[in-house]
Write a protein that binds this ligand. Structure first.
Ligand code: 9MR
Length: 865
């Protein structure tokens, strides 16, 4: 559990993410200005006195200055400069002018004309002239050969006699020529108003609805009475119609809205539109298996987040890059990373893992929840009736004997293991000494890397994920499983001995704090995973005694996140087989949670299981994590209303929202594509890619903790507190814990196929383990036909919890793949008449840890009721 950081609590603007640079320090943070691109000077620019000395360059370049690698030339009344090839960072080549006075709360118009040959993205900043180089305007104009006038407005947050205006021109592999003219900064401009383009007022899931699934939309209208709606196919023919349901004013958007339910229309097709109140929605599909691609893309995201390995362009065209942080200059790490001064006297090899988000930091508590969700997505394929295998992720390990999702999870888990020191405690994080600017490819990061102190939270994250890894990896790699189990137990013991070592809320220079003042939920999660894996009394007792075991975890805002992890334990206790006393109540508690989220979906005119009042950092992941609870309840009960609420919930992420946009790159007509990232920084450098398809943006965040959000979104209603700008890290960052939530949910929805609910098989299984000894066990299985028709040929499937193996068997034809066992009929017991049973069995080879009765048995592909 965590409390708000000082940063979040504060309503003051604290300059975040500063960059201290080599020669001339420049802060590279966020744009706070509104850009407008015109062929002519802006009309508002001449309200106040001109603050720029000699912005017209008629006869001289004085008093402008440049870095030593540039020249000045007056050409056609402009200032021009040849920018050399081969610099790395934008700030490696700068033109600037000093001593520009700024008055607090005054709104300024900043403008200039510029050309680039060939065309380039440059940086234009109005900033503090010294460390931390706070920027009051941070713009990334895309310059052309013929040139444009660029204009921005901003309100100065400070009184400052000596601001700097600079153009950063570095970072290009090839040489180019920059020219600038009419640089102007004038006070008295009208304050900036940002209005997002929200398109048609009918809001739909712009990707697809499942033919047999729920289909809902939202209409924004002033009308208070019901209105007719029409569903049209791609030829424009009306295929269904009805009337809207007025829903009043929605607090999350401030809009008067109606909802539209067109769920009774089930015919597959592409290019449907929905029309109401004279407005026509963006097009969408009704499609079976519509989420099969997203299920994979959401996971493929992780490969290009990897640290410590070159990204192969053949596997991810357009995304290839050298390995980041493998101890090769200019990187200073991660193969031998010292602690922050005074924190420890050793260094660790903490290479590998995933970069957390758009930064180059690696944080154990966020890695923990992310890798846990990936492992749970895999574990669901063993235990949930509708789950299907996850498939290839096109990663270097593809084609080995291990499912790709586990290979990807292992990349992170190996890193988490490296963060553990010899006494069992785990370092909280490793990141740069100072914040770096954007863009910056991982292999170009020249900042010193540092290990930060150990924390109880990080230690328990390792205990939990390593315990989970121990059971999941056991059938594939017994040694890796054993290593994880040992690390988990050691971490648990260390955390018990050091129960309140908290990460500092002020340790936020160069990386996020991920501080958390209450680690009792981390203890519960770790104990739950250790119990599931081992069955040991110590963990069982801890779980049963923890207040988190019976607490109501299902808050309207979010069931879980990186700092609130009790639900990770509860969900696994409910969905992964184990012998915990009172397990039925545990399962019921998840269903109770789903009931709450179902109610919120029904009450919300945008149909999402989230109703927190103000939205917060990473709201999209909270919405998805609440959706996980709905999905898990369906997996537990087979009750379709929970499944349908989970399917409906994704509509918000894919366009059924106040901004009428998808938050997943590459999905939907209008989608986020400029997520905050140092390497998918296309918005700042056109030679870099946008984030890969399937990347989730953090989402609407009323906290507005970054300068772009502060400048443009002030006063926003919750759903409007988002902007697809690379510099809005508080609303638009990509992150491993957000994509893990998307992965789980998109897999769940993909697994529903066309939305048809599969009838359970008419069978009952009795699975009795008669004897267990240190190296083995004997199990007898009775399969009963509870239906009215004879079963003519049967194949019964289940999964072991861990590394157990069928050694020899009787009365059925056994085969095993990893943890999954299939027992098929022999010729003589092929037919099971109604009411009759067959009995068969096996001797199993034991494996470390618990060996509970499986929850799920599928007969010829359908779950036994
Ligand atoms: O997800 C984190 C959010 O809950 C916090 O409020 C926020 C500020 O501390 O930090 C978020 O995490 C960021 C981390 O600090 C640095 N890497 C990027 C993360 C996502 O924005």
């Amino acid at each position: 559990m965590r409390f708000l950081t000082a940063w979040e609590r504060s309503h003051f603007y604290i300059p975040p993410r500063t960059t201290v640079l080599r020669r001339i320090g420049i802060l590279a943070v966020a744009a706070l200005a509104t850009a407008c691109l015109t062929g002519a000077p802006p009309a508002t620019a001449d309200e106040g006195p001109e603050q720029i000395p000699n912005g017209t360059f008629d006869t001289t370049t004085d008093p402008w200055w440049h870095t030593a690698n540039l020249n000045f030339e007056l050409s056609d009344g402009r200032l021009c400069s040849d920018v050399p090839a081969g610099t790395t960072n934008p700030w490696d080549a700068i033109i600037g002018v000093n001593d520009i006075p700024l008055v607090k709360d005054e709104t300024y118009a900043f403008s200039f004309f510029a050309t680039a040959n060939p065309g380039k993205v440059a940086r234009a900043y109005v900033q503090l002239p010294t460390d931390p180089y706070t920027q009051y305007v941070s713009a990334a104009p895309e310059l052309s050969v013929s040139g444009n006038t660029y204009s921005y407005t901003f309100t100065s947050p400070v009184d400052l006699p000596n601001a700097q205006v600079v153009f950063q021109l570095g970072g290009s592999a090839t040489a180019w020529r920059f020219c600038v003219d009419n640089v102007s900064l004038k006070g008295g401009a009208p304050p900036d108003v940002y209005t997002p383009d929200t398109g048609p007022r009918v809001r739909v899931n712009q990707v697809a609805y499942l033919p047999k699934g729920p289909k809902n939309a939202t209409l924004v209208t002033d009308a208070t009475e019901a209105l007719p709606w029409q569903l049209k196919n791609s030829a424009g023919t009306v295929v269904a119609q009805g009337t809207t349901t007025p829903r009043g004013v929605d607090a999350s958007s401030g809009q008067n809205v109606h909802s539209i339910d067109f769920g009774s229309y089930a015919k597959a097709g592409t290019g449907y539109t929905l029309t109401a109140d004279g407005e026509t929605s963006r097009p969408f599909d009704i499609k079976p298996d519509a989420y099969a691609d997203l299920k994979l893309d959401a996971l493929k995201f992780y490969y290009t987040q990897r640290s410590g390995i070159a990204i192969d362009d053949a596997l991810r065209p357009g995304y290839g890059r050298p390995a980041g942080h493998v101890g090769v200059a200019p990187n200073q790490g991660d193969t031998n990373v010292p602690c922050q001064p005074g924190v420890c006297d050793y260094s660790l090899d903490v290479s590998g893992g995933w970069y957390d988000a758009g930064d180059h930091g690696k944080y154990v508590v966020n890695g923990g929840i992310s890798v846990a969700q990936l492992m749970s997505e895999f574990e669901r394929t063993k235990n949930a009736a509708t789950a299907k295998p996850i498939g290839s992720l096109n990663i270097p390990e593809s084609g080995d004997a291990v499912p790709d999702v586990l290979d990807e999870a292992r990349w992170e888990q190996e890193f988490l293991l490296k963060m553990q020191r010899s006494d069992g405690m785990v370092h909280h994080k490793i990141h740069d000494q100072n914040w770096t600017g954007l863009p910056l490819l991982p292999h170009q990061d020249a900042q010193k890397r540092e290990l930060h102190p150990v924390s109880t939270a990080a230690t328990l994250n390792l205990a939990a994920t390593a315990a989970q890894a121990a059971r999941i990896f056991a059938p594939y790699d017994a040694a890796f499983a054993a290593k994880n189990l040992a690390a988990a137990k050691k971490a648990w013991a260390a955390a018990k001995a050091n129960p309140n070592v908290l990460a500092s809320p002020s340790d936020g220079t160069g990386g996020g704090t991920y501080d958390d003042a209450d680690v009792s939920d981390e203890f519960y999660w770790a104990a739950a995973e250790l119990y599931i894996t081992t069955g040991d009394k110590e963990y069982k007792d801890f779980v049963l005694a923890s207040p988190h075991h019976t607490a109501d975890l299902w808050s309207k805002s979010g069931a879980f996140d990186w700092g609130h992890v009790a639900a990770l334990g509860r969900l696994d206790l409910a969905t992964v087989p184990n012998d915990l006393p009172g397990r039925d109540q545990v399962r019921q508690s998840v269903v109770d949670g789903a009931e709450r989220y179902l109610g919120i979906v029904k009450d919300h005119p945008y149909g999402l299981p989230f109703d927190p009042g103000d939205y917060f950092w990473g709201s999209n992941s909270a919405i998805l994590n609440n959706t996980v609870v709905l999905g898990a309840a369906y997996d537990i009960t087979g009750t379709v209303k929970y499944r349908d609420a989970a399917i409906e919930a994704i509509d918000y992420l894919l366009g059924r929202n106040a901004l009428n946009q998808s938050y997943v790159t590459g999905y939907g007509e209008v989608a986020s594509k400029n997520e905050h990232s140092r390497w998918y920084a296309h918005q700042l450098d056109t030679s870099l890619p946008n984030p890969p398809h399937g990347t989730l943006a953090g989402g609407a965040n009323s906290g507005l903790q970054d300068p772009v959000a502060q400048a443009k979104l002030k006063g926003c209603k919750p759903q409007f507190c988002y902007i697809d700008d690379i510099n809005s890290y508080a609303t638009n960052e990509e992150a491993i814990n957000w994509n893990s939530a998307l992965s789980w949910v998109s897999a769940f929805i993909a697994d529903q196929g066309d939305g048809t609910v599969k009838a359970p098989a008419a069978c009952k299984v009795t699975y009795t383990t008669h004897g267990t000894w240190p190296t083995g066990f004997t199990t007898q299985i009775t399969l009963k036909n509870t239906g009215t028709k004879a079963i003519d040929g049967w194949s019964l499937k289940w999964s072991f919890l861990g590394g157990q193996k069928v050694a020899n068997s009787w009365s059925a034809d056994f085969s095993q793949q990893a943890a999954t066992v299939t027992a098929a009929n022999e010729a003589w017991n092929k037919i099971i008449k109604p009411g009759q049973s067959v009995t068969f069995g096996f001797n199993g080879q034991g494996a470390p840890g618990a060996n509970p009765t499986p929850d799920l048995f599928t007969l010829n592909g359908a779950a036994c009721a």
